[in-house]
Write a protein that binds this ligand. Sequence first.
Ligand SMILES: Cc1cc2nc3c(=O)[nH]c(=O)nc-3n(C[C@H](O)[C@H](O)[C@H](O)COP(=O)(O)OP(=O)(O)OC[C@H]3O[C@@H](n4cnc5c(N)ncnc54)[C@H](O)[C@@H]3O)c2cc1C
Ligand code: SF4
Length: 447
Amino acid sequence: MSACVYCGFCSNFGCEHFAKASPQVCVLPVALELPSFELRTGAHVLRVELDADRKHARGVSYVDAAGTECFQPGELVVLCTFGINNVRLLLLSGIGQPYDPATGEGVVGRNYTHQTTSGVGLFFDESVHLNPFMGAGAAAVTMDDFCADNFDHGPLGFVGGGYIQVQVVSGAPISYHPVPSGTPAWGAAWKEAVRRYYNHSASITITGAAQPWRGAYLSLDPTYRDAWGLPLLRITYDFPDNDIRMSRFLTARADEIGRAMRGVIRSEPGPRKKPFTATAYQSTHLTGGAAMGDDPRSSVVNRYGQCWDVPNVFVTGAALFPQNSCYNPTGTVGATAYWIADHIERDYMRQPGPLAGKGRAGADLRRPAAAPGRRGLPRLGRRRPGRHADPGARRGDPGGRAGRAAGGPGRSFGEPAAFTGGSARSPGLAGACGGGVRHRAAARAAA
Ligand SMILES: Cc1cc2nc3c(=O)[nH]c(=O)nc-3n(C[C@H](O)[C@H](O)[C@H](O)COP(=O)(O)OP(=O)(O)OC[C@H]3O[C@@H](n4cnc5c(N)ncnc54)[C@H](O)[C@@H]3O)c2cc1C
Ligand code: SF4
């Protein structure tokens, strides 16, 4: 990767300088080197297909780039299509019991949380030049003193907290034009205020936790559908009073900091208020809906991201968070993805089945031993010779049906794992449509 040149257009844009780490820059080029990895672009997964007993996934149905609906068999399905979309796929596939806020029963869609953000607008005298067009996402000053239990919030009437941050990252033309409150919304006076304050304003942001509560959840929309006729995801959410109190307290602290800054002539705190609205940007950090836990009555997946109800389906992403802790999610999303991938490879693929509790040979999977010599990326796409116990798979049966019909112990890996995040891992055996030349040749061979 290149070194960052602090161009200032980091957030919301790709990096033309090749300096920003993201999966398509850091992970996909490595995976594409693997002979067993296949990337099918333009594939849109519709649902996970289950066996008749609804306890085992057969693969996924998807629409390929040409608009043809296809079935991709898979012994293992990993839902990795962004947190809340994973929840939608679970609901569309009938995996797990949907949450019902009236009875409190069900788990899929439960524990949905947003992030309780607020800000303080700072306006400086004209001797302070802030150059908001220069910056980078990582060039921020952050204080953690009011996060979680870093302070005593017992007497303050709320739980949780947040971090207070100054970050110069978004001085993009047209979209960035802070003006003091009371400025006309258009016309000459507005233009004059934009000119006056563009280089002499900043903001302090407060990124706060969000606690789950009974009335906040994800469900399938009864009215609106997508282009394939499937229900969209519906978000039912408003801020709990706890989070409003927390935001008021933290925003007041940030306002104190702002007023103490050199050159500030005006500090405008904006604590978060009810009701939630999707028309004003607050955060792109949507969390929960497929909570990770140790009890199937209150969680969708176990600590390895494995669905309690359909053990050959794993879920990644911020949907696993039981609540929003305040920190931005992606570090934890990445860490849990590696954790889940590691356990799929080390434990599930050796002995498919539920991973919670006691594992293979009585090993306590709650305290997994460190694997010696294992560093870096999980070995995506690597196949171990001699592990294909399914006779159907060895004969090239893409559905692996012969093995299952023979009632062999455990699942085999004659079928590829389907990664619904756009990268289906296909070691040469494939479904009926989509894919490239190698894919079609393999289908012919299988037939
Ligand atoms: C503008 C913006 C700014 C953000 N800034 C920050 C930040 O500063 N810090 C932070 O921690 N987080 C940030 N986030 C959140 C961060 O992007 C997510 O937490 C992270 O990308 C989640 O990773 P993921 O792998 O779960 O999903 P994604 O990165 O969204 O990957 C999901 C993939 O699945 C594909 N997909 C979706 N549906 C289907 C389907 N049906 N079939 C097949 N493929 C599908 C998508 O095309 C995508 O490639 C930001 C998000 C946005 C939008
Ligand atoms: S500021 Fe962001 S977009 Fe600009 S060079 Fe650095 S990483 Fe790339």
